[in-house]
Design a protein around this ligand. Structure first.
Ligand SMILES: Nc1nc2c(ncn2[C@@H]2O[C@H](COP(=O)(O)OP(=O)(O)OP(=O)(O)O)[C@@H](O)[C@H]2O)c(=O)[nH]1
Ligand SMILES: [Mg+2]
Length: 439
């Protein structure tokens, strides 16, 4: 009797610890099948432990956040690390901070090079068109060939590996809009740990509006995808909508702290979040919490926010022998989580589907505007996110427009009376024509 009681007790302890493991991992599964996540190497057992920090370290991080000068920031980060007790629970945090330090060091180096006129790759590409899409892939998958096939960019295509050494932009026409494709220098295993220009390439991806993950169907496409996903994940760039997302937008001193929860707090209250943020001296910011978030995730966001990027997979070289079979393997591996387009940059097969797939995946709409006194509407649409309102449109035309907004008239097939007079909160859809009237 006593023995069975003890056994039952241990069983519960075991079951509880097993389940709690998953409750820790769960927010990172992002609606993905558990087995897929493990195969893709998205997380490791000891990751995502809460960071229990002494008050002086938290104060130091507040100084890091406030610093604008990269050198000063780097110095403060070093000091911060020396204040963090080293154990399992802080290992992930330390690695994250070290990564940020590596990026800063490169930035300082680049700045020096530019000043001394010695050149070096330029990694920032000004956004143009409806959205900036960064093309990521291992070497020789055909990234330059794609740009040559669908854009006006001048690129070098070569069977030699690592030919493209700095980002190259090109415009991809899609109906009456254009996407900006940016070929990134090839990714490789270890990019997120600072190998070659990996960190800069990943920073380019973080700044993009969407990603194109390109694989070569003459090689193992699942392994290639797993490498790309692994490097993205290490720098906290996600291609599936996360269960929870925390955005911290720092404001000027005196602005105060505003916490907006769009979903639900799982293991804490508003007050806990506020206290946590204040302990890091985050006192002037707008903090937006989407989905179901834990206090740990809010703490994580203080150090580095997780970025979500809509993505499509472009599987190249479908013309080659054995490519069809590899495509089937890839499709099974991805299991419908991301759209896959099979193309051949050599023959042009499938490339016409890229623009439309991007448009759908990025959840965009095109809205045409009309001057009140004119008969015709603009031929060039404004590109907005799905769910945008007349107010968002007015804001994107001109800030004055949103301030002096009176009403709008909207022409659309779905309306019973078209044009219809509407207010600022009217939700727009693809193809709407809008005439804005100001006060
Ligand atoms: N069979 C076949 N070969 C292709 C295709 N697209 C590109 N290639 C070949 O693949 C090789 C690499 O092409 P690139 O476009 O330079 O590849 P990349 O990804 O830009 O490579 P790096 O910039 O060096 O990392 C070249 O020899 C191309 O001719 C395709 O659709 N089919
Ligand atoms: Mg290239």
């Amino acid at each position: 009797m006593i023995l069975s009681g003890i056994l039952l007790f241990f069983f519960f302890i075991f079951a509880f610890s097993f389940l709690s493991r998953f409750s820790v991992y769960y927010p990172y599964l992002f609606e993905m099948d558990i087995s897929v996540g493990f195969e893709l190497g998205f997380w490791e057992a000891d990751e995502f432990m809460p960071a229990i920090l002494p008050a002086e370290a938290k104060r130091k991080w507040a100084e890091v956040s406030a610093a604008r000068n990269p050198r000063e920031k780097l110095q403060l980060m070093q000091e911060f690390l020396s204040l963090v007790p080293k154990h399992k629970g802080t290992a992930k945090l330390c690695a994250q901070v070290k990564k940020q330090m590596a990026v800063l060091r490169r930035e300082i180096e680049e700045g020096k090079r530019r000043k001394t006129g010695r050149g070096g790759p330029k990694f920032f590409i000004e956004k143009e068109g409806a959205a900036q899409i960064v093309v990521l892939g291992l070497t020789n998958v055909g990234k330059s060939s794609l740009l040559a096939a669908v854009t006006n960019a001048k690129v070098e295509v070569s069977p030699m590996p690592y030919t493209t050494k700095e980002p190259v932009p090109g415009m991809l026409p899609c109906g009456d809009i254009q996407f900006q494709l940016v070929e990134a220098p090839a990714l490789m295993e270890g990019a997120a740990d600072g190998k070659a220009w990996g960190l800069q390439t990943l920073a380019l991806a973080r700044n993009a509006d969407g990603l194109m993950l390109m694989v070569d169907l003459t090689q193992n496409p699942c392994r290639q995808l797993s490498t790309i996903m692994g490097e993205l994940e290490k720098t906290r760039i996600l291609v599936s909508m996360p269960k929870a997302r925390v955005e911290i937008e720092r404001k000027f001193i005196g602005a105060g702290l505003r916490i907006i929860v769009f979903g639900r707090l799982l293991d804490c209250t508003f007050k806990d979040v506020e206290e946590l943020l204040k302990s890091y001296r985050v006192t002037d910011a707008i903090v937006k919490i989407y989905g179901e978030a834990t206090l740990d995730e809010v703490e994580d966001a203080i150090f580095e926010s997780t970025a979500y990027k809509p993505a499509i997979i472009v599987a190249n070289k479908i013309d080659a022998e054995g490519a069809e079979a590899n495509l089937k393997l890839l499709e099974a591996y991805v299991g419908g989580q991301l759209p896959i387009i099979a193309v051949s940059c050599r023959t042009g097969q499938g490339v016409e589907k890229i623009g439309e797939t991007l448009f759908k995946t990025l959840d965009l709409i095109r809205v045409y505007t009309k001057e009140p006194n004119e008969k015709d509407f603009s031929k060039k649409p404004f590109v907005l996110k799905k769910g945008s309102t007349v107010y968002d449109l007015a804001k994107s035309i001109h800030s004055d427009f949103s301030e002096n907004f009176a009403y709008a008239r909207v022409w659309a097939k779905r309306l019973v009376f078209s044009p219809q007079k509407v207010g600022a909160t009217f939700p727009l859809e693809d193809g709407d024509i809008v005439e804005i009237h100001t006060k």
